[in-house]
Design a protein around this ligand. Structure first.
Ligand code: PLP
Length: 392
C-alpha cells in the first residue's frame, strides 16, 4: 500500500485538470498575442480562466495576474509594492514564520535600505495583534502575513489584521501568502482588507509552475518582469494558457467541493491526532510524541505536525518511505543554506530534540482513512525499534 501524506508539498493533478492542460497544449494551442483565430481562441481560454478564479475570490477579473507560481507572486507583491511606494515610506512588516519566498525578498529589500519588522509568534505559531499594532509606524508601506502556516498549519488572524492595518492607515498595502489556504477555505480579499494575495496551483491539484497574484485595482505596484507587455504590461512573457486553464479548473473543483472536503479533512486530521495520542499511550516509557498542530478553528484542516523525540526526522521519514508512506521532515536545518529549512519550528522555541524530530503529515480531499491508519500502524511498528537506537 502507498500513503501520500505530503500534500502541502505538492498534490496530484485531477483528471479534469490533466484534460484541459492537454487540450490547450495539443489542440487549442494558440498564443493569445496572435492576431488570428487561434490567438483569439487562446485569449478566450485565458479570459475564462481569469473569470473562474475571480469568482472564487469575489473580485474582478482584471485584478487577477498569472505568474509562474507563488514564489513569483510573493516576490512581485513585496518588491513591486516596495518599489512603487518607497516615497511614502521605507518600512515593511512581516512575520518570522513566513515561507522563504516572502522572507528572502524581505532580506533583499533590507539590503536596498528598507527596514523590516519580523513579528514573533506564540507556541502555536500565531502572531499577536498587539505586536502588529505596535509595529505599524508612520512610514509603514506594506504588511505581509501568511494565511496558513505551511509547516504547522496555524491560521493567522488575517481578517483582524486587515481591519487593524486599514484603521491605522488605509494607505498601507496588505499582502497575504494564501498558498496553504486557497482551495481549503473561503478567501474573500475585499472582505478581509487584503490588497495583494498569492496563490499556487500545484497545492490544489493544479499544474506546477503556475499561480496568480490578486492585485486590488486601487493598489500601486510596479511590474518586475518586463518584456512584451502581456497582462497589461504588468507581467510580461507569453501567457501560459495550459497552466492558467489547469489552475482555473483546479480552483473550480476545489470550491465546488469545499464543504465536503473540509469535513473530510477535519475527520482525517482528528483520526491522525487521536491515533498519535493512542500511540503515546501504547509506547509507555518512550519519549512522548508532541503534536504541534492544534485542533479547532485556529489551525488548518489538512496539516498535522508532530515531533517524535529520540528519532531524527530524516531517519523516520526514510523508514516510512520504505513502506510507501511519503511525508515531510519539519525541521532538518541544512548547513549549507543561509536560511534553515525550518525557521518556523525555531520560532516556536522548541527544544532541540523536538526540532530535530518533527514530521509534517499533510492531506488532501482524496486522502483516505486507510492511508492514515496505514501510516499510524507503520509508526507503531517503527518507533519502538528506531528509538532504541536513539542517543539519550
Ligand atoms: N508560500 C507557501 C506558504 C508555500 O507553502 C509555498 C510552497 O511550498 C510557496 C509559497 C511557494 O510556492 P510555489 O511552489 O508555487 O513557488
Amino acid at each position: 500500500m502507498e500513503a501520500y501524506l505530503d500534500n502541502s508539498a505538492t498534490t496530484r493533478c485531477t483528471e479534469a485538470v490533466r484534460d484541459v492542460v492537454i487540450h490547450t497544449m495539443m489542440d487549442d494551442f494558440g498564443n493569445p498575442s496572435s492576431k488570428h483565430m487561434k490567438g483569439v481562441e487562446a485569449e478566450r481560454y485565458l479570459r475564462d480562466a481569469r473569470e473562474t478564479i475571480a469568482k472564487t475570490l469575489k473580485v474582478k477579473e482584471k485584478e487577477i495576474y498569472f505568474t509562474s507560481g507563488a514564489t513569483e507572486s510573493n516576490n512581485w507583491a513585496i518588491i513591486g509594492a516596495a518599489m512603487a511606494n518607497r516615497r511614502a515610506g521605507m518600512h515593511l512588516i512581516t512575520t518570522a514564520v513566513e515561507h522563504a519566498a516572502v522572507l528572502m525578498p524581505m532580506h533583499y529589500l533590507e539590503e536596498q535600505g528598507f527596514r523590516v519588522t519580523y513579528l514573533p509568534v506564540d507556541q502555536k505559531g500565531h502572531i499577536s495583534l498587539t505586536d502588529l499594532e505596535q509595529a505599524i509606524c508612520d512610514d509603514t508601506i506594506l504588511v505581509s502575513i501568511m494565511y496558513v502556516n505551511n509547516e504547522i498549519g496555524a491560521i493567522e488572524p488575517v481578517a483582524e489584521a486587515g481591519k487593524l492595518i486599514k484603521s491605522k492607515n488605509p494607505g498601507i498595502l496588505f499582502h497575504v501568502d494564501a498558498v496553504q489556504a486557497y482551495g481549503k477555505m473561503t478567501v474573500h480579499p475585499k472582505k478581509l482588507g487584503i490588497d495583494l494575495l498569492s496563490v499556487s496551483a500545484h497545492k490544489i491539484h493544479g499544474p506546477k509552475g503556475i499561480g496568480f497574484l490578486y492585485i486590488n485595482e486601487k493598489s500601486r505596484i510596479h511590474p518586475l518582469i518586463l518584456g512584451g507587455g502581456q497582462q497589461k504590461g504588468m507581467r510580461s512573457g507569453t501567457d501560459n494558457v495550459p497552466g492558467a486553464c489547469g489552475l482555473a479548473m483546479a480552483a473550480k473543483e476545489a470550491y465546488e467541493h469545499l464543504g465536503e472536503s473540509t469535513e473530510h479533512l477535519l475527520a482525517l486530521k482528528k483520526r491522525m491526532m487521536d491515533g498519535l495520542e493512542a500511540l503515546n499511550r501504547s509506547l509507555m516509557g518512550q519519549p512522548r510524541i508532541v503534536i504541534h498542530s492544534e485542533p479547532g478553528e485556529r489551525s488548518a484542516p489538512h496539516i498535522v505536525s508532530a515531533a517524535f523525540p529520540g528519532v531524527r526526522s530524516e531517519v523516520l521519514l526514510h523508514a516510512l518511505e520504505d513502506k510507501g508512506i511519503y511525508v515531510s521532515a519539519g525541521s532538518a536545518c541544512s548547513s549549507n543554506k543561509k536560511l534553515p529549512v525550518s525557521t518556523v519550528l525555531k520560532e516556536l522555541h522548541l527544544k532541540p530534540e523536538l526540532l530535530e524530530s518533527t514530521l509534517r503529515f499533510s492531506f488532501c480531499r482524496y486522502t483516505t482513512e486507510a492511508e492514515i491508519d496505514y501510516c499510524l500502524s507503520a509508526l507503531a511498528e517503527l518507533l519502538p525499534v528506531l528509538s532504541r537506537y536513539a542517543r539519550h
